[in-house]
Design a protein around this ligand. Structure first.
Ligand SMILES: Cc1cc2nc3c(=O)[nH]c(=O)nc-3n(C[C@H](O)[C@H](O)[C@H](O)COP(=O)(O)O)c2cc1C
Length: 546
C-alpha cells in the first residue's frame, strides 16, 4: 500500500502538472492534490500509527470512525453457547494504557452485574493506599536445585516466536521488556537477534522441534543448548509440552518460509519444510521428562527450568508430580495455558474445543502441587486472556504466582485484531514477514507502548491489592474473588475451587475429587494402559465427578 500510494501520488502530481500546463486555468487542481500528497507523505513517515504508515490517507478513516464512537471502553465480550460472558479482552483499555492516555471511565460500571459469570473482588474497609505497596513486586523463581534463580515481574510477555511475529514486533517487545525490567518469552522458534539485541530478559522456550538446540534429524542437541543457554539475557528455560490454542497439535513450517536467517536461528536446513511433531523425542514418560529437566539444568549451569502446558488428561499431571517426587527432580515453574489461549494459526476445532480453560487449569495445578507438597518449590505462571489488573489479581488469587500475556502485548504493539496472523498480510506489521507492512511498526515508539502497558497494568493490580487491604500479591487467596453463578447465587472462588491440605496426595485416603486421577497415574508413563478401573472399584457417579 505504501508503494501504491507513492505511485498514485506521483500519477496525481504528474497529471495535475500536465493539466495545468496544457490548460492554465486548471491550476486550482493543486488545491486538492497538494494537500492529499502532503498529508500522505506525512503519514508515510509519522511513527505513531502503523495503519496510517502502511495505508497513507485512507488509513485515517479508522481513526475518524474511532472518534465518532462513544468514548467508553469497548468491552470485547466473548460468549459461550449460552451467551454467558466468560472473559473480556478490554482492547480499548490496553490501547489507552499503552499510549498513556486517560484510563479512567466516566459514569460508572459498564457491565451487567446481574449477568451469570460477572466477577468481582472483595475490597476491605481497611484499604491501603497503593503508595504503601511495592509498585513492582517481584517473585523469585527457582527451586532448591536452581543455582541462578530469577526475580520475575508478576506480568510478562508470553511465548510468541520470531516468524509468527515480525522482527520489528519482537524488537519492540524485547525493548519494552528491557525498559520495564520484565521477561520476554521467545516462543518455540528459537532466540533470534531481535530477541537478543535490545537486551531484555528472555525466557527461552524449547518446543518439540528443539529449534536452536537440535541435531539435523530434529533431536535435542545438548552442546548447542549449553552454548545458547549461557547467554546473559536468558534468565529461564521453558520446555513447551502444549499450548491452549492447539494442544496436542504439531506444526509444519513450509520450506518457503525457511529463509537463511530462519535456518540460522533454528538450526534447520534452508528452504526445506520443518516439522514440529506433536510430542517430544527427548523423553517419553514423566520420569524421563524429569531427567531431561535435570539435563537442561546442568547444561545451563543451574538456570530455572520450567514446563508449559494446557491441562488435558488430568492423570498425566498427577503422573508428572509422582515422577518429581520419585526422582527428587522438581521443575522450577509451570506455565499453565488456558484452552482459551491464542496462536498465529490453528485448526478451529483445536482452538475452540481442546484443552482445559485457564481458571480450572490454574486451580487444578495449584491443588495437585500443594497435595504433593511441591508448591513451595514451584512457581505457577498463568496465561490466557490476562490483560488487566483484575485478570492478574484473579489468577494470583486462584493459585498463580505470575501471569503472562501474548495478545494483550500484541494490542500494545498496535494489533487491531484484523485476524490475518495466518496470512502474512497483517495490516499493522505485527504478525507478518512482509517487509513493506513491517515498516509500519516503528520500534522506538512501540517499545514504549509495551513498557507503558506493562507498568500501568501492574499498577492497576497493585491498586486492587490496596483496595483489598493487602500489601503483596502473595497474600491473595481464592476467598477474595466472587462470581455470579446464577441469578440469586454468588460463590467465592474458594467455594467453587476448595483448597486441599498440603501433603494430602502423599498418602491415602486422597481428597475425593483427586482419588481417580491418583489411581489412573503412574510416574513411568503418561498414559498407562494396564491400570484397570472397574465399575465395582469405582462407582460411575464418582467417575463423572472426576
Ligand atoms: C501470534 C501468537 C504466537 C504464539 N506462539 C507461541 C509459541 O511459539 N509457543 C507457545 O507456547 N505459545 C505461543 N502462543 C501462545 C501464547 O504464548 C499464550 O500462551 C496464549 O496466547 C495465551 O495468552 P493470551 O491470551 O494472552 O494471548 C502464541 C500466541 C500468539 C497469539
Amino acid at each position: 500500500m505504501r508503494k501504491a500510494f507513492i505511485a498514485i501520488a506521483a500519477f496525481l502530481v504528474t497529471l495535475t502538472v500536465l493539466l495545468a500546463i496544457t490548460y492554465p486555468p486548471l491550476w486550482w487542481l493543486f488545491l486538492f492534490t497538494g494537500p492529499v500528497v502532503i498529508l500522505g507523505v506525512y503519514d508515510l513517515y509519522q511513527p505513531k500509527h502503523s495503519i496510517v504508515r502502511n495505508y497513507p490517507v485512507v488509513g485515517r478513516l479508522r481513526y475518524f470512525m474511532e472518534e465518532l464512537r462513544p468514548k467508553v471502553y469497548q468491552y470485547f465480550v466473548e460468549s459461550d453457547t449460552n451467551g454467558t460472558p466468560y472473559n473480556r479482552i478490554n482492547r480499548s483499555l490496553i490501547y489507552q494504557r499503552a499510549k498513556k492516555e486517560n484510563d479512567t471511565i466516566p459514569f460508572g460500571t459498564q457491565l451487567d452485574v446481574y449477568q451469570n459469570g460477572y466477577e468481582w473482588l472483595s475490597h476491605s474497609i481497611a484499604a491501603i493506599s497503593h503508595h504503601e505497596i511495592d509498585d513492582n513486586p517481584r517473585v523469585m523463581v527457582g527451586g532448591p536445585a536452581c543455582k541462578q534463580p530469577y526475580a520475575a515481574s508478576i506480568f510478562n510477555i508470553s511465548a510468541m516466536s520470531f516468524g509468527s511475529l515480525s522482527q520489528n514486533a519482537i524488537l519492540a517487545l524485547n525493548g519494552g521488556a528491557k525498559l520495564g525490567g520484565f521477561a520476554h518469552n521467545t516462543g518455540e522458534g528459537g532466540i533470534s537477534d531481535y530477541h537478543e539485541n535490545p537486551g531484555g530478559d528472555l525466557i527461552w522456550q524449547i518446543g518439540t522441534g528443539y529449534f536452536g538446540c537440535r541435531n539435523p534429524d530434529g533431536t535435542f542437541n545438548g552442546e548447542a543448548f549449553a552454548r545458547r543457554s549461557k547467554s546473559e539475557n536468558v534468565k529461564m528455560i521453558e520446555i513447551k509440552l502444549s499450548q491452549g490454542a492447539k494442544p496436542g497439535h504439531g506444526g509444519m513450517l513450509p520450506g518457503a518460509k525457511v529463509t537463511p536467517e530462519v535456518a540460522r536461528i533454528r538450526l534447520v536446513e534452508e528452504g526445506k519444510d520443518v516439522n514440529s511433531p506433536p510430542g517430544h523425542s527427548a523423553f517419553s514418560n514423566p520420569i524421563e521428562m524429569c531427567q531431561f529437566v535435570q539435563q537442561l539444568r546442568d547444561l545451563s549451569e543451574g538456570k530455572p527450568i520450567g514446563i508449559k502446558l494446557c491441562i488435558g488428561r488430568r492423570s498425566e499431571f498427577f503422573a508428572i508430580c509422582k515422577a518429581m517426587i520419585e526422582t527428587g527432580i522438581y521443575v522450577d515453574f509451570i506455565t499453565v495455558d488456558g484452552g482459551e489461549g491464542g496462536t498465529g494459526a490453528a485448526p478451529p476445532e483445536f482452538s475452540n474445543s481442546v484443552g482445559m480453560p485457564l481458571r480450572e487449569g490454574v486451580a487444578f495445578v495449584y491443588d495437585v502441587l500443594q497435595g504433593f507438597g511441591l508448591k513451595r518449590h514451584i512457581k505457577i505462571v498463568a496465561s490466557g486472556k490476562v490483560s488487566s489488573g483484575f485478570d492478574i489479581v484473579k489468577n494470583i488469587a486462584l493459585g498463580a504466582d505470575l501471569c503472562n500475556s501474548a495478545r494483550g502485548m500484541m494490542f500494545a504493539l498496535g494489533c487491531i485484531q484484523a485476524l490475518e496472523c495466518n496470512s502474512n498480510t497483517c495490516p499493522t506489521g505485527v504478525a507478518t514477514q512482509d517487509p513493506s507492512l513491517m515498516k509500519g511498526l516503528v520500534v522506538e515508539d512501540k517499545r514504549v507502548r509495551v513498557f507503558n502497558f506493562h507498568r500501568l497494568t501492574v499498577k492497576s493490580a497493585i491498586e486492587l491489592l490496596g483496595a483489598a487491604g493487602l500489601k503483596h500479591p502473595s497474600q491473595l487467596t481464592r476467598a477474595y474473588i466472587n462470581r455470579r453463578v446464577s441469578q440469586n447465587v454468588m460463590q467465592s472462588y474458594l467455594e467453587t475451587y476448595p483448597y486441599i491440605p498440603e501433603g494430602s496426595l502423599l498418602q491415602e485416603p486422597y481428597p475425593k475429587a483427586f482419588d481417580l486421577g491418583m489411581k489412573l497415574s503412574r510416574a513411568d508413563s503418561f498414559a498407562p494402559t494396564d491400570i484397570v478401573i472397574t465399575a465395582e472399584d469405582y462407582p460411575v457417579t464418582k467417575i463423572i465427578e472426576h
